[in-house]
Design a binder for this molecule. Structure first.
Ligand SMILES: [Zn+2]
Length: 184
């Protein structure tokens, strides 16, 4: 998927991260992969919670976030791929709305994210679908790699499953959290 850079022999995916700012909205097409969920601690920057026995959890509750590969579809332009960071609550709400309206969330589903005011929570609404042929391809591996890049963690190896990657990356995540906690 997309922007891969080679570091040694393992390609690493780096995607621009998109968040919905307070008082704004944006519409993207989901690439049908994920979401990948992660607990996030904000300690000067975003760090991945390591779950059980996480040191940072002693001082701060993690925020559960969802990461989705999405495409922006500018008029007449090529689709651009990004990693969309939304709250788990917003994803669950979108999935609930889709169920109620009989919409299947899949490759090409248009999702509108909106925060009405500066401090408003994010709402995500399914709006329909776009033609799949317009869309770049995404893979679970690419999503895992992009999330690894975002949190400055080791990249998954070729074909590595997300759970195996998470177990292997955990010591690095523990070190990053310890460094950030020491710096506070
Ligand atoms: Zn934690």
């Amino acid at each position: 998927m997309l922007a891969t850079e080679r570091t040694g022999s393992t390609p690493r995916v780096a995607l621009p991260v998109v968040r919905v700012a307070g008082g704004s909205s944006l519409t993207v097409a989901w690439l049908g992969v994920g979401p990948m969920f992660a607990g996030v601690h904000w300690l000067g920057r975003a760090l991945m919670c390591t779950g059980e026995n996480c040191e940072a959890c002693a001082v701060q509750s993690p925020r559960l976030m969802a990461y989705l590969p999405v495409a922006f579809l500018p008029d007449g332009g090529a689709a651009r791929t990004a990693l969309w960071e939304i709250t788990d609550a917003a994803w669950q709400q979108a999935a609930g709305l889709a169920r109620m309206e009989g919409i299947t969330l899949e490759l090409g589903s248009l999702l509108m994210g909106e925060r009405k005011r500066e401090r408003s929570p994010l709402r995500v609404t399914p709006l329909g679908t776009v033609a799949k042929r317009q869309l770049p391809m995404a893979t679970r591996w690419g999503l895992t790699s992009a999330v690894a890049t975002l949190f400055r963690l080791p990249a998954p190896t070729a074909n590595e499953e997300t759970a195996a990657w998470a177990a292997r990356a955990k010591p690095a995540a523990v070190r990053l959290l310890a460094d950030a906690l020491n710096a506070v």
